[in-house]
Design a binder for this molecule. Structure first.
Ligand code: GTR
Length: 422
């Protein structure tokens, strides 16, 4: 077992901002006080549930990785829907000179034989840099830009001036100029983000007739969204413009949780990026800092499987914690980013997840973060595990995108080894 005492790590600027617990109007107290983080013991990613130590990459791969994956399926997110047979991709739009000739814009509907009227389809909007001579790497995620728009605008302007604005330029132009395609899905197309209506999409097709919140091991919305990202990747594998061995899955906030879960399960995603993903994403549940397991299950009862609510206020009983979600991505590169004012998402807890995953990367022969000291805001650190704390609020900003582009450039210089379809 790894014992991580909160005081082990240097207190950075974040801590200064979080020196008091705050009482909420609904009577629930949310902790923003580092001193009130309970002592906790994280489950060791390299110790099996039967107490055997994981001593080799083969043992991780054959025994421990499947064990952790299964625990996340049954205790946190629920099992995802089955992978449909006979997938079909209907390209509903293919505009070769979009964005003033800079890119090709495609819209694709993922369909499959045997679907019935309850199947809403997964829709992907894909922007590919024009004139590329070879297949390009891509970023794919949920709600990365407005897919209905002809002039999509991913990212938002920086909220705080940090000297890295892109004057006269949009981050989408920069992504394209640096040779990346970008694809987005709309979660509501196939799993509405609504506790009353979440069953109206893909779940009505795969689990007809069910009602109410997710059953004990049933997929919550995050699992269904993650499954949709895999279906988008199924399409990308067929598109000659895309190098499907270099696809990064990326998401912000609830979609950052989704990106991590998608990347953990589907090893074809060669790189994973979690932006401000917080509770149920990168943040350690056991710190009980900012949003808690009880709070997230209460407000979003459709996001996780029914079993997850067993751990409301009992985080120490969870057989996994979120550092092990990050570890499931090993040895593939993963980048976790926090924002200094985003205390709800527990920046330190997100950082400590990256720290906690590192021994798995080392076992698999990859360098990780290579520090246990949280960096000051505005510095990107790490190797196969990347991390930064950005100044400002909860958002996916130009600053974040620039760090992700640099990270992808580093890791995609040589085509990565991606895994089999899931
Ligand atoms: C909040 C939620 C967070 C985060 C965020 C978002 O309301 O508490 O877990 O997911 O929404 O997705 O913007």
């Amino acid at each position: 077992m790894i014992r991580i005492l909160p005081i082990v790590l240097a207190i950075v600027a974040v801590a200064a901002a979080c020196n008091a617990g705050s009482a909420r109007a609904d009577g629930e107290t949310i902790n923003y006080d580092e001193a009130k983080v309970p002592d906790y013991v994280l489950p060791d990613p390299l110790v099996m549930q039967d107490a055997r130590s994981v001593t080799s990459a083969a043992m991780w791969r054959k025994l421990r990785r499947p064990e952790i994956l299964e625990l996340f399926c049954t205790q946190v997110y629920g099992r995802r829907p089955p992978t449909p047979e006979g997938l079909r991709f209907d390209v509903t739009e293919d505009t070769p000179a979009a964005l003033a000739g800079k890119a090709t814009r495609k819209r694709i509907r993922v369909d499959f034989s045997g679907r019935n009227e309850t199947w809403p389809g997964v829709k992907l909007t894909l922007i590919v840099p024009g004139g590329a001579k070879t297949p390009v790497p891509a970023f794919v995620g949920m709600h990365l830009f407005d897919s209905k728009s002809d002039e999509p605008l991913p990212g938002r302007p920086l909220e705080v001036e940090i000297g890295e604005k892109l004057p006269g330029s949009r981050v989408l132009d920069v992504i394209l100029e640096r040779g990346y395609a970008i694809g987005t899905l709309d979660a509501n197309d196939f799993c509405p983000d609504d506790k009353e209506r979440f069953r109206e999409g893909a779940l009505a097709h795969f689990f007809p007739g069910r009602t109410g919140p997710p059953g004990v091991e049933e997929p919550g919305a995050i699992s269904v969204w993650a499954w949709g990202l895999s279906r988008a990747l199924d399409y990308l594998e067929t598109d000659p413009a895309i190098d499907a061995k270099r696809v990064a899955v990326i998401g912000h906030s609830r979609m950052g949780k989704t990106a991590l879960w998608a990347g953990a399960q589907d090893e074809r995603f060669a790189l994973v990026i979690s932006n401000n993903s917080g509770c149920g994403g990168a943040a350690l549940s056991r710190r009980v800092f900012g949003e808690t397991v009880a709070r997230i299950n209460g407000v979003f009862p459709h996001w996780f499987c029914g079993n997850f609510s067993k751990y409301n206020g009992r985080e120490g009983k969870l057989p996994v914690d979120q550092h092990e979600l990050v570890a499931l991505i090993a040895p593939r590169p993963v980048y976790i980013a926090s924002a200094q004012e985003d205390l709800w998402a527990d920046p330190r807890g997100e950082f400590l997840s990256a720290v906690g995953a590192e021994r798995v990367y080392h076992l698999l022969g990859k360098p990780g973060l290579e520090t246990t000291e949280m960096p000051p805001a505005g510095r990107s650190i790490g190797n196969s595990i990347g991390y930064h704390l950005r100044v400002g609020k909860h958002a996916l900003t130009d600053y974040d995108w620039l760090r992700y582009l640099d990270f992808a450039d580093r890791h995609f210089a040589k085509p990565a080894q991606a895994g089999p379809r899931r």
